[in-house]
Ligand binder design. Structure first.
Ligand code: FA5
Length: 345
């Protein structure tokens, strides 16, 4: 019996030593130390032994169990440690490898132009105002001295939603809204950037959706010379002192007198090309002195208060500044076009 126990110990220890996985190790544990294992089997035969032999054999059986268990535990730790090391080796990260470059976006050229214009006017003491793109006919036209049926409404072909609601055709309704909010009191000095919509046919200089920046100054003793000086400062800062500017008499129902400002075409140096429709000039804004009717409708005393207003097209300004030959580039999201402006930042 003693010999059988020693044999079992040697056999089990050899199997444990050769085991290659935790599952196999557990199978060995169950096979040798389990209730149905050979050691238990040997112990069952102890009843046939004499009273002196029994404790000796019991002690030996415990020793054998102990020795096998210890070996199993050692092997288990060894296999677990090997598994951890293998996992670590498989997951090693080479921190010295060069990283993948991150694609960085950039500001859209129109956003850049609008921010530049905002900064310029904020520097002159203006505040930024906003208004809705889905606008009431009243603010888009009527409050601007354009009653229903007025022929000048045809100057801006509109997208109507209902008879009274439309997509605003210009940012001038923000003038009317701002004056109404000030309840007949001055001074007001605002610019208002935003999207506008017209049923214009798209071509190199026209888009059915485009941006405008409106300006409005209301106070006592505001004169045409203030408007001219402001526009000159703006144009020189924006395009450089060497670019030519011209003011042409014009007509807007909400200003009197009215002007339009053109800048000499950068694409052709003023000789004429497709961008300037062969005139050498590009129109960038409309302006004028706020019509007394508009002041009165907003609750101002037109004898005491006067004002000037202007509305410019940032796309046209960006085209002139960056030498862009087609307004549609702003809206077609060609990354090759947009990337050129990232370089400048
Ligand atoms: C107006 O919209 C007036 N509300 C401007 C104004 C404001 C006048 C305050 C007086 C006082 P106009 O329709 O000319 O005016 O448009 C103003 C500017 O928007 C133009 O000078 C041009 O730069 C730009 N613009 C007009 N139509 C388009 C278009 N279809 N696509 C791109 N830009 C346009």
């Amino acid at each position: 019996m003693q010999e059988r126990l020693k044999e079992l110990q040697a056999e089990a220890i050899q199997k444990v030593t050769q085991a290659v996985g935790l599952k196999e190790l557990n199978d060995i544990r169950v096979a040798y130390l389990g209730k149905k294992g050979p050691i238990t089997e040997v112990l069952r035969g102890m009843g046939k032994l004499s009273a002196e032999e029994r404790p000796v054999m019991g002690a030996l059986a415990n020793e054998v169990r102990e020795a096998i268990s210890t070996k199993i535990e050692e092997k288990q730790s060894e296999l677990e440690e090997a598994a951890v090391q293998a996992k670590l080796a498989a997951e090693t990260i080479d921190v010295t490898l060069p990283g993948r470059p991150v694609k960085v976006g950039s500001h859209h050229p129109l956003t850049k132009i609008i921010e530049e214009i905002e900064d310029l006017f904020i520097g002159m003491g203006y505040e930024i105002a906003e208004g809705p793109e889905v606008e009431q006919d009243y603010y888009n036209f009527e409050a601007l001295n354009l009653p229903k049926g007025h022929p000048a409404r045809d100057m801006q072909d509109s997208f109507y939603i209902t008879e009274e609601i439309l997509l605003r055709t210009h940012t001038s309704p923000v003038q009317a809204r701002t004056m109404e909010k000030h309840q007949g009191k001055g001074p007001i000095k605002i610019i208002c950037p935003g999207k506008v919509y017209r049923r214009d046919n798209d071509d190199a200089t026209h888009s059915h959706q485009f941006m405008q920046i409106e300006g409005l100054v209301v106070g006592e003793n505001i004169r045409m010379s203030d408007l001219k000086g402001t526009l000159e400062v703006f144009a020189k800062k924006m395009f450089g002192a060497d670019r030519e500017i011209r003011l042409r008499p014009s007509f807007f129902p909400f200003t009197e007198p009215s002007v339009e400002m053109d800048i000499s075409c950068k694409m052709c140096g003023g000789h004429g090309c497709s961008v300037c429709k062969h005139t050498g000039w590009i129109e960038i804004l409309g302006a004028g002195m706020v019509h007394p009717n508009v002041l009165e409708m907003a609750g101002y005393d037109a004898k005491k208060y006067s004002g000037f207003a202007f509305g410019m097209g940032p796309e046209r300004i960006a085209m002139l500044k960056y030498g862009i030959d087609d307004i549609r580039h702003f809206y077609t999201d060609d990354v090759r076009f947009l990337k050129q402006f990232a370089v400048e930042e």
